[in-house]
Ligand binder design. Structure first.
Ligand code: COA
Length: 334
């Protein structure tokens, strides 16, 4: 039997706190009209004090385990992906593991906004070897803790939240190959590392009074260049993934791209040849939740009845690094 990894559970956790464009207008030199036109975002969620990457991630993970009709003891492996970790050490997965009461291995995969698709590929590959039956993948972020509130070019974009999926062992033997991950593509161009970064707090520039005074612990970004590269890598990686599977854009039932900017999503969908009515977006309500955006979107798409058994779903992540990863899967339980 050829083993595939199918998504059998999904869930999300979003803080109740909201920051609307009107809230940003009142404290930054920006307008609702500018933000909506350039990004498509109208509001984003913000974690309350005490709400953290691990607490949001555990809530999303718990929802996904329940949706899969499993219990924590059924999970064989936990993979967490985040660019806003609970602490510098240990990995956020340790905290999520503890909160969920898991008894399996746990590690973090880091690829910033491409983190979810990177983690999904990692989990699917491990399920496909037969090593694990159920892998929980959690993307969780609290960007409000690393975004400079006075930087109008980033403060408008990012939001907090978490999403999770359970990947379960499935069989690829069947008329359409059965549900699960079919093909993927992943890449990185490390020469673009400085385009989107938190410069200080690591080995290269350890935390000091100077780094704090210079604001080097906030995220900084070259928005225009990130925009250009994002469109290019979503399109190239999407085409490569479809080609790997011997399929074309007309086969895709739902395209779920990383939610960064409506103009990136629309430009990429157009160039890939996927119509916008087959492209999912909830960006206007949450902004860019980085590694959490795709599992939050998948959860909403499932809840809205936009995912049916047998549907072909294309997931596309891209982010700082620069990193990108695309996954093609057939929706449905084994
Ligand atoms: N409100 C009003 N004006 C703003 C603004 C804001 N929030 N942010 C920037 N501006 C100004 C700029 O200062 C600039 O003014 P100038 O012409 O006087 O110099 C003007 O708007 C145009 O700036 P520009 O950077 O060219 O705008 P843009 O159309 O590229 O939009 C982003 C800026 C950040 C929205 C856009 O580049 C973007 O979304 N990039 C991708 C970012 C991303 O997705 N990152 C995560 C990837 S995972």
């Amino acid at each position: 039997m050829t083993i595939r990894a199918a998504i059998t559970g999904w869930g999300s956790s979003l803080p109740v706190g909201r920051v609307t464009n009107a809230d940003l207008e009142s404290r930054l030199d920006t307008t609702d009209a500018w933000i909506v036109e350039r990004t498509g975002i109208r509001e984003r969620r913000v974690a309350a004090q005490g709400e953290t990457t691990a607490s949001l991630g555990a809530a999303a993970g718990n929802a996904a385990i329940k949706q899969a009709a499993l219990s924590p003891s059924d999970i064989d492996l936990l993979i967490v992906t985040t660019a806003t970790p609970e602490q510098p050490m240990p990995e956020t997965s340790a905290f999520v593991h503890d909160e969920l009461g898991l008894r399996c291995g746990a590690f973090d995969v880091g690829a910033v906004c491409a983190g979810f698709t990177y983690a999904l590929i990692t989990g699917a590959a491990l399920v496909s070897t037969g090593a694990h039956d159920h892998v929980l993948i959690v993307g969780s972020e609290t960007y409000s803790r690393i975004v400079d509130p006075s930087d109008r070019s980033t403060a408008i974009l990012f939001g907090d939240g978490a999403g999770a999926v359970v990947l379960s062992r499935s069989s690829a033997d069947g008329p359409d190959g059965g549900p699960g991950v079919i093909a993927w593509d992943m890449g990185c161009d490390g020469s673009g590392a400085a385009l989107l970064e938190v410069p200080a707090g690591g080995s290269r520039l350890p935390t000091s009074a100077e780094t704090l005074a210079a604001g080097k612990h906030w995220m900084r970004m070259d928005g225009q260049e990130v925009f250009r590269r994002a469109v290019r890598c979503v399109v190239d990686s999407g085409k490569a993934t479809l080609e790997n599977a011997g399929m074309g854009p007309e086969d895709v039932d739902l395209f779920v791209p990383h939610q960064a900017n409506t103009r990136i999503i629309e430009a990429a969908a157009n160039r890939l040849g996927i119509p916008l009515d087959k492209t999912f977006s909830n960006l206007e309500r949450y902004g860019n939740t980085s590694a959490a955006s795709i599992p939050i979107a998948l959860t909403e798409a499932a809840e809205e009845g936009r995912l049916h058994d047998g549907d072909l779903v294309l997931l596309s992540g891209f982010g700082a690094g620069m990193t990108w990863a695309t996954v093609l899967l057939r929706w449905g339980a084994p």
